[in-house]
Design a protein around this ligand. Structure first.
Ligand SMILES: Cc1cc2nc3c(=O)[nH]c(=O)nc-3n(C[C@H](O)[C@H](O)[C@H](O)COP(=O)(O)OP(=O)(O)OC[C@H]3O[C@@H](n4cnc5c(N)ncnc54)[C@H](O)[C@@H]3O)c2cc1C
Length: 538
């Protein structure tokens, strides 16, 4: 069967496209997803993401290359391999990003992606649920869960006030500097993934077909025009063709991999792996940006979420509460308070994202988290706009082989200073009277007395990815500096776009799910506009 559109990947972006592109009943959309169903208890329960974090049934479970900037450590990179993609296994924090992130997208060549357009697009995405009252009529539920959060979380807002930081009602406001309760993609006590918000309603229309457990191995071409995809289900190869466009939404790791496997990428890399070059595109897989964060654990002298989740009995009671009411600790992600802060007076905009959680945990064998028994809390700081750029590249022409992920963390002077600034900010937060009052002790490594050199070394030794890889097929001006034009078309090809986190020109200051969904919403507008223009010409 021939489709109008083929979307590769049913993740955050792919689900939005499935919905937006299928609104006209005559349009046939095929969505192909490597993973299986998201009908799993630990996907639906908001606190359950600890259990999907390293579960290969729903997760690609990548490992990055040894990374010199973080003392040669090999980071674990979870990515969703399931319907809903990473929106089915993420921590559900809903963060639009800062105004200047998108103005910087425009500067980088993404004409038409400045803040005013982006804000209007967000408004079409969101349906806010704030303490019982609704705002906006978009498909994605964005909830204020502060009523279900642990009372200890108020300590973090008090600390912000101690430090003279603002405490806005919501970090997604236009002026969003300061700490507030996170907003989360949770609806009626369940995760509200991109699949829930966009794909499932679209599947009801009858003109969208979803093929699960199907790995797209390569794109097919006639010259430089994309004509379809070759995919594999249960060891059997199939081909699907389309008369409109192929849209790759396989995420920041797999989209560049798929392009390279299909002959789009640096010619020397492709030739080294015996792949025929369809278009020599030197930037495919290059320019990757990600957030690194330092996290420090503190023992508390008063009850935190540990006191409810750290014992078998506590977990039983919490489980019962959730089953009976859909409320309580299981209905809330662990990121409870956070926001954007300037590390010092010289910064013209917030340059650090802060996370404060009223819980501490360690990881058992097989990656399953275990909440500590004794009361504790976590402070975490993430530099917002790193300038280091990493790379994703194929290791072989085998579509089943994991690509090489080279983060190149802390490879710029700016990022090394930001690592120190992050450490200093965490020190100030830990010293704030409201936090000092509830702290029994800082767990090792104790950041409190570290000087700049020690802070940098601490960052190198302990910082971890916050799971926000972006920019590996980024928008820009031309093929010399990017992979896509501002309408997300792959340079030098026809009938082919990449729409997902890989298209960001720069990583946004905060978490990347909301900007990815926004990007896909606007990308669908552009695709439909171009389709309408073609129809007028025909
Ligand atoms: C553990 C974790 C926690 C996170 N927490 C947050 C958070 O709290 N808030 C936030 O904003 N962001 C968070 N993020 C990041 C956010 O979820 C991602 O940035 C976003 O989901 C990326 O969307 P995407 O569409 O680019 O890719 P994905 O959602 O990853 O979708 C890509 C899809 O393509 C499929 N695919 C890949 N290759 C192929 C192929 N060859 N054939 C067929 N299908 C393929 C994949 O299986 C996947 O379903 C988190 C991410 C992770 C992993």
């Amino acid at each position: 069967m021939e489709f109008d559109y083929i979307v590769v990947g049913a993740g955050s972006a792919g689900c939005v496209l499935a919905d937006r592109l299928s609104r006209s009943p005559g349009t046939r959309v095929l969505v192909i997803e490597a993973g299986g169903s998201d009908a799993r208890f630990w996907i639906k329960v908001p606190l359950g993401y600890g259990f999907t974090f390293s579960d290969p049934k729903v997760n690609w479970c990548y490992t990055a290359e040894p990374d010199e900037g973080v003392n040669g450590r090999e980071a674990y990179w979870p990515r969703g391999r399931v319907v809903g993609g990473s929106s089915s296994i993420n921590a559900m924090a809903y963060v639009r990003g800062l105004k200047h992130d998108f103005d910087d997208w425009e500067t980088a060549g993404a004409t038409g992606w400045g803040w005013d357009t982006v804000r209007q697009t967000y408004e079409r995405v969101e349906h806010h649920w704030e303490g019982g009252s609704a705002r906006g009529d978009g498909p994605l539920r964005v909830s204020d869960l502060s009523a279900q959060m642990h009372p200890f979380s108020e300590t973090f807002l008090n600390a912000a006030r101690d430090l003279g930081w603002k405490t806005p009602a919501d970090m997604n406001e236009d002026t969003c500097e300061g700490l507030s309760y996170f907003r989360s993609t949770v609806r009626n006590g369940f995760r509200h993934s991109a699949a829930d918000a966009f794909l499932r309603p679209a599947l009801k229309r009858g003109n969208v077909q979803l093929i699960k457990n199907a790995l797209v191995e390569k794109l097919t071409f006639s010259g430089t025009r994309a004509t379809g995809v070759q995919y594999c289900v249960g060891g059997q190869q199939h081909v699907a063709t389309c008369k409109g466009e192929v849209i790759v939404s396989a995420g920041a790791v797999n989209s560049p991999q798929l392009l390279q496997l299909s002959g789009l990428g640096p010619a020397d890399l492709l030739k080294a792996h015996g792949i025929d070059v369809v278009q020599n595109l030197g930037q495919v897989g290059k320019g990757m940006q990600d957030h690194l964060a330092i996290t420090h654990h503190f023992a508390a002298n008063r009850p935190t979420l540990n006191d409810r989740l750290g014992t078998q009995f506590g977990r039983m009671m919490v489980g019962l509460q959730y089953l009976l009411t859909r409320k309580g600790p299981l209905s809330v992600p662990t990121n409870q308070v956070g926001g954007f802060i300037r590390s010092d007076e010289t910064q013209i905009a917030p340059n650090m994202q802060v996370y404060c959680n009223p819980v501490t945990s360690s990881t058992r064998a097989k990656g399953v988290p275990e909440v500590d028994r004794a009361s504790g809390f976590v402070l975490c700081v993430q530099p917002c706009r790193p300038t280091s750029r990493g790379e994703v590249s194929i290791r072989s022409n085998d579509p089943g082989a994991a690509p090489r992920i080279q983060p190149n963390s802390l490879s710029t002077e700016f990022d090394r200073w930001d690592a120190i600034r992050a450490g200093r900010l965490l020190q100030s937060l830990a010293r704030a009277p409201a936090i000092a009052q509830v702290t029994q002790s800082a767990k090792e490594p104790d950041i409190s007395r570290m000087d700049d050199a020690a802070l940098l070394e601490n960052f190198r030794e302990t910082a971890l990815t916050n799971f926000h890889p972006t920019c590996t097929c980024r928008i820009g001006r031309d093929a010399a500096d990017s992979v896509l034009d501002a309408r997300l078309k792959v340079h030098g090809t026809q009938g082919l776009r990449v729409v997902d986190a890989s298209a960001f020109p720069n990583v946004t200051s905060g978490n990347t799910n909301a900007p990815t969904i926004m990007l896909a919403m606007r990308a669908a507008d552009l695709i439909l506009e171009d389709q309408a223009a073609r129809s007028r010409q025909a």
